[in-house]
Ligand binder design. Structure first.
Ligand code: NAD
Length: 272
């Protein structure tokens, strides 16, 4: 289908993409009339920004429209991982087993949540985790201390400290050269035994192979992942790991969020 997109591009002044269709160098080259590229969502990592800049094509996004959808998906994944809900569901519904002993969970209350990246989504996850009586700490070298403190969240200066202290760790940074492989085997070794890890941000922030190994070894008690290094991720090795909860990049998939994002990006493209 990408071929079809390529053949359509030359007649348009503007294109809007979601996360599924990459706006590659090849696609931009074909867009002889192209003036603006809109990304209906936050991450512009599927757009070749260098190529767009070189041609004077504006790239705009709609970073705020799906904040709450991604936040709420994170909370859902956190509780699902803590209480093993998808596994219990599968056991009863698909296997018709009444296995109660197998599904002992941990409580969020009293646990320490470590949030890496305290931006729009990270901070909202923090607010909600506080309502669950969690102790919340965050690592984000680019924000003001007061932003966290006002929300009852402790900002730590070093990633290592967050890794060491957290019972549950969730990443909410963009995918950049700095954040790619931010969590590898080395970082996982510094975490508590039985830590729960969440990635609802971007595939590759947590190294997939290292996470798989840590799940197999039991160092990581459970993980929940919505995003993968390569999508669609139907052959991803993580799918075979134990105690992993996966969703097919549906963090932003709410009716409310899709409407918000559509309106915001249409306005952005028009102003451009
Ligand atoms: P944001 O820009 O508001 O927040 C990102 C935060 O990460 C910023 O505060 C920034 O200072 C921080 N950060 C950057 N580099 C860092 C580093 N090296 N270490 C620690 N912190 C760092 O972005 P957002 O709207 O909160 O989105 C967060 C992530 O969620 C993005 O990757 C976005 O693409 C993703 N997202 C996923 C879905 C989904 O469907 N699963 C939906 C929406 C957003």
């Amino acid at each position: 289908n990408f071929e079809k997109v390529l053949s359509m591009v030359p007649e348009f002044d503007a294109i809007i993409t979601r996360s599924g269709t990459p706006v590659t160098k090849e696609l931009i080259e074909r867009g002889k009339k192209l003036k603006v590229i809109g990304r209906a969502g936050v991450g512009v990592d599927n757009i070749d920004i260098d190529e767009a800049s070189r041609r004077g094509i504006l790239v705009v996004n709609a970073p705020t429209g799906n904040t709450l959808a991604a936040t709420e998906h994170t909370m859902g994944m956190m509780i699902a991982a803590a209480r093993l809900i998808p596994f219990a569901h599968k056991s009863l519904k698909d296997e018709r087993r009444w296995d109660r002993k197998k599904f002992m969970g941990v409580e969020l209350s009293g646990k320490t949540l470590g949030i890496i990246g305290f931006g729009r989504i990270g901070s909202r996850v923090g607010i909600r985790a506080r309502a669950f009586d969690m102790k919340v700490i965050a690592y984000d070298p680019y924000i003001k201390r007061e932003k966290a403190e006002k929300l009852g969240v402790e900002l730590v200066n070093a990633l290592d400290e967050l890794l060491r202290r957290s019972d549950i760790i969730t990443v909410h940074t963009p995918l950049t050269d700095e954040t790619r492989n931010m969590i590898t085997k080395r970082e996982i070794e510094k975490m508590k035994d039985g830590v729960i890890l969440l990635n609802i941000a971007r595939g590759g922030i947590i190294n997939e192979e290292d996470l798989r190994e840590a799940l197999v070894e039991g160092k990581v008690r459970a993980a929940a992942v919505d995003v993968f290094t390569s999508e669609p991720a139907v052959d991803n090795p993580l799918l075979d790991a134990p105690n992993i909860i996966v969703t097919p990049h549906i963090g932003a998939n709410t009716f409310e969020s899709q409407a918000n994002v559509a309106v915001i990006i249409a306005n952005q493209v028009l102003s451009a």
